[in-house]
Design a protein around this ligand. Structure first.
Ligand code: BES
Ligand code: MN
Ligand code: ZN
Length: 499
């Protein structure tokens, strides 16, 4: 879909469909009021007939509205004005997009960005609307022999506002939605397609698309052996697919600016290994590379916006399978950092591949390091599917991530990373165990990673609850690409100020 801006008066717009919001409580939106006036009370008449009363979820398609050049007018119910927050706003945009898709309209102009959404600026509303529209239109049809329905005519949505107010917001949103789309496509792709090798190939395609500002290195199994990435190799040894550690640099900043490091868990299928998972919903473990997908999606969006920042994306990628050569409960391995790990549960593999990748990140002297991982079921139990879990050893970084989460609508919630939890990881025969018992599973996983990030300003995002939806609506969300891009946008804005 193409997105744009239209700034002519509503009645003069030559569009296939003009979209206007209607509140429940007889409060007119500015555009509805204006259209009602130019059309000689046409909208009032419709409301009077009772076909539409502004309740959330309602839509009503009108043709031939007097004195209006648009071929159609779509009314979208908004509920009560005082209740209008992010969720209601998103629902209204999604309703609009679905209703437009069902018409023959080839383009539309929407006034919904004018709505007073609690605490939101116009820039943020344009961003949210554009990103929500793209999310609503997304389909994963690559593996269907027949596509869902005939190609829909709708090709362009424009927001009704002035160029000056909206152009940058649309540009940001389109780049973010592109990154979200890439992350979704990668995560939705099943494990038999999306292997570590495939992820490395996709990183290559991305690097080639921005070859003037990117640099790609792939660490192969032999490189990992030479370096001593014993924890990552232990996870990979049960699989026939060769592991890859993808290292993708983006140079948008000054030559000597230290990079932001993004480390993404890339387990392309997590069976649990010898500590095999139960069968139910095991298919969803194809999404266990969502952290990797988010790193690539973020890099793509940042490159598309040519943000003045240096980044390094590090993606340890492997399968976790119970082969004859697989690592066994009780095995002890030596990580890249030199610390030894007693692997008590082979299903706690994410932290094993991340610890080596985090140690590897040190060599780039990052200003901050953020890892992104579908790390624990316990995080889903604790927080559900709305915020990602945030853990950090650097207060300012945590604060910036919380703020970026609020701005982007892709929120995080901070959890404690206290020293007291560390004792749950003690081992009788190695420096640490890879599991910390039943209590506080998301926290002990983060505590494990904290042992590898002492030299870094670091945050860990546990995205197990937010990266995908299960059941009926099974599919990747592309989160936390919007959060990460927002964090980097905010960083660039504050760097520009201090220069
Ligand atoms: N990939 C899983 C975490 C996960 C669970 C993500 C559910 C999404 C939904 C991870 O590798 C894992 O298996 N973690 C274990 C850790 C346990 C063995 C300490 C878990 O959460 O059960
Ligand atoms: Mn696991
Ligand atoms: Zn996993």
């Amino acid at each position: 879909m193409e997105y744009g801006i239209e700034s002519s008066p509503l009645e003069n717009l030559h569009t296939a469909c003009l979209v206007v919001g209607i509140f429940e409580s007889q409060q007119w939106t500015p555009s509805a009021k204006y259209l009602d006036e130019v059309s000689g009370g046409f909208l009032s008449g419709i409301l009077h007939l009772g076909d539409m009363d502004g309740r959330t979820g309602q839509t009503c398609l009108l043709h031939r509205v007097p004195n209006v050049l648009a071929e159609r007018v779509l009314l979208v119910g908004l509920g009560k004005e005082k209740d209008l927050g992010d969720p209601q706003y998103r629902d209204a945009i999604a309703k609009m997009v679905n209703a437009l898709r069902d018409t023959g309209a080839t383009d539309a102009v929407s006034t919904l960005i004018e709505l007073p959404v609690g605490g939101r600026t116009l820039h943020e509303r344009v961003r949210l609307a554009t990103e929500t529209a793209e999310n609503t239109l997304y389909r994963f049809e690559r593996l269907k022999s027949k596509k869902e329905d005939s190609p829909r005519p709708l090709g362009r949505i424009a927001w009704s506002l002035s160029e000056q107010d909206g152009a940058r917001a649309v540009q940001e949103a389109v780049a973010i939605a592109g990154g979200v789309g890439l992350a979704k496509n990668l995560a939705n792709l099943p494990g038999n397609f999306c292997t570590p090798t495939y992820l490395a190939e996709q990183a290559k395609i991305l690097a080639d698309a921005y070859s003037d500002r990117t640099e790609l290195h792939i660490l192969e199994r032999e490189d990992m052996e030479r370096l001593g990435m014993g924890a990552l190799l232990a996870v990979a040894q049960g699989s026939r697919q060769p592991p890859k550690c993808i290292v993708l640099h983006y140079h948008g900043g000054q030559e000597n600016d230290p990079p932001v490091a993004l480390v993404g868990k890339g387990v392309t299928f997590d069976s649990g290994g010898i500590s095999l998972k139960p069968g139910e919903k095991m298919d969803e473990m194809k999404f266990d590379m969502s952290g990797a997908a988010a790193v690539l999606g973020t890099l793509q969006a940042v490159a598309a916006l040519a943000l003045p920042v240096n980044l390094v994306g590090i993606i340890p990628a492997t399968e976790n399978l119970p082969g004859g050569n697989a690592v066994k409960p009780g095995d002890v391995v030596t990580s890249l950092s030199g610390q030894t790990i007693e692997i008590l549960n082979t299903d706690a593999e994410g932290r094993l591949i991340l610890c080596d990748a985090l140690t590897y990140a040190e060599r780039f002297h990052p200003v901050v390091t953020i890892d992104i991982a579908t790390l624990t079921g316990a995080c889903v139990v604790a927080l559900g599917k709305h915020p990602a879990g945030l853990f950090s050893n650097h207060e300012p970084l945590a604060r910036d991530l919380v703020k970026a989460g609020c701005t982007s609508g892709d929120r995080v919630w901070e959890m404690p990373l206290w020293e007291e939890y560390q004792e749950q990881l003690k081992s009788t025969c190695a420096d640490m165990a890879n599991i910390g018992g039943r209590e506080a599973g998301a926290i002990t996983a983060a505590c494990f990673l904290a042992r590898y990030t002492k030299k870094l300003s670091w945050a860990h995002l546990d995205i197990a609850g937010v990266a995908y939806l299960g059941g009926e609506k099974k599919g990747a969300t592309g989160r936390p690409v919007p959060l990460l891009v927002q964090y980097l946008l905010d960083r660039c804005a504050s760097c520009a100020k201090t220069e």
